[in-house]
Design a protein around this ligand. Structure first.
Ligand SMILES: Cc1cc2nc3c(=O)[nH]c(=O)nc-3n(C[C@H](O)[C@H](O)[C@H](O)COP(=O)(O)O)c2cc1C
Length: 328
């Protein structure tokens, strides 16, 4: 007897794409596009959303797309299908980052349900956190989340944390001094109603102790940034991969989103920190070269206030119709 497996309805996959757009991205640039063909979804990097000053190599661009790929895979699994994925399936199309296929019906595991339920609650939190220790068992769970996506996550101890934060501050100052930095920052700080960029309300205060490199956003009229006291002993995690090629960046993005969602599920607030990775001279110092690992992102986790949801581009802008041509 042969069994015919019917692919998910297009509406189901469209909803999965909508869910994927909740992923985090550098300065809320949302550099992704999707195309549904049958039971398969192609995920593209959108070059019009690249930030050349912060991210000249396109590494964070692909980390952001990777975060959307993980969210898409999770949404497909939560819809009751297995999902397979291949990174860069067409060597001639480097903008085609992933091909995700819904392969067949599958019962939804409780862990999938729990992780997927965290998607709408994950937000970047740039406000002070409570000085409450994150339990070791929770950190272990975050490490496991990164490992499941082919990456490694290390929690810094007190000495390591101080050193990493010193490096991160140095990087922050260096990044801010780059030519074109101010213009790019203004381009991605949302001052009015728009579907991308970081709205002013989502920008937190600067750390009055100047310990944490809180990402700055443009202030109206170029005025000073408000400041506040942040937790004196933040929990800082370092996400790393073994390689540093485009496919490693996409993998890092998938791992980042899995870690962030797992943290959200545990009731933690999260804030990615990427300035130290944006500055090559600092990035090299974050991990022992003997480890063979490359740092891809820092993440601050802790117990924080509730923050709101940043806007997303409408589905019509990111979901390509089957016949619409994309520039190669
Ligand atoms: C590659 C990458 C780098 C990021 N770097 C930082 C950062 O250095 N500081 C920060 O506050 N947020 C950072 N973020 C978070 C984004 O600003 C955030 O995801 C985006 O504004 C959308 O908001 P949301 O996370 O609340 O959905 C980063 C996110 C990604 C994916």
């Amino acid at each position: 007897m042969t069994t015919t497996i019917s692919p998910p309805a297009r509406d189901v996959l469209t909803e999965c794409v909508r869910t994927a757009t909740a992923a985090p991205s550098l300065q809320n640039s949302q550099p992704w596009q999707f195309r549904i063909r049958g039971s398969r979804i192609d995920v593209y990097a959108d070059p019009s959303c690249h930030l050349p000053v912060l991210d000249p190599d396109g590494r964070e661009h692909l980390i952001s797309v990777g975060a959307a790929v993980f969210t898409l895979r999770l949404a497909i699994r939560r819809s009751g299908y297995r999902s397979d994925h291949v990174l860069f399936p067409d060597a001639g199309r480097p903008d085609l980052v992933a091909r995700v296929t819904a392969t067949g019906p599958s019962p939804v595991a409780p862990a999938t349900e729990a992780l997927a339920a965290a998607i709408p609650h994950r937000h970047t939190n740039r406000w002070p956190f409570a000085q409450t220790t994150v339990p070791v068992a929770v950190l272990d769970h975050l490490r496991e989340a990164a490992r499941r996506e082919g990456a490694l996550l290390a929690a810094t101890g007190p000495a390591g944390r101080d050193a990493v934060l010193r490096l991160a501050r140095r990087a922050d100052h260096q990044v801010r001094a780059r030519p074109g930095y101010r213009e790019e920052l203004r381009r991605w700080t949302a001052t009015g109603p728009r579907p991308d960029g970081v709205p002013r309300w989502a920008a937190g205060p600067q750390d009055s102790w100047d310990a944490l490199p809180i990402r700055e956003f443009a202030e109206p009229g170029g005025g000073p940034h408000p400041s506040d006291r942040f937790e004196p002993y933040p929990t800082i995690l370092v996400l790393a991969t073994r390689g540093d090629q485009p496919s490693d960046w996409v993998r890092a993005g998938q791992a980042l989103q899995r870690v962030l969602l797992t943290a959200t599920w545990h009731g933690l607030a999260t804030m990615p920190i990427s300035q130290p990775i944006e500055e090559p001279s600092v990035r090299r110092l974050l991990l022992d070269p003997a480890s063979g690992l490359t740092a891809q992102m820092l993440v601050r986790v802790g117990y924080g206030r509730t923050v709101g949801r940043t806007p997303r581009r409408p589905l019509a802008e990111v979901l390509l119709s089957t016949g619409r041509r994309r520039p190669t």
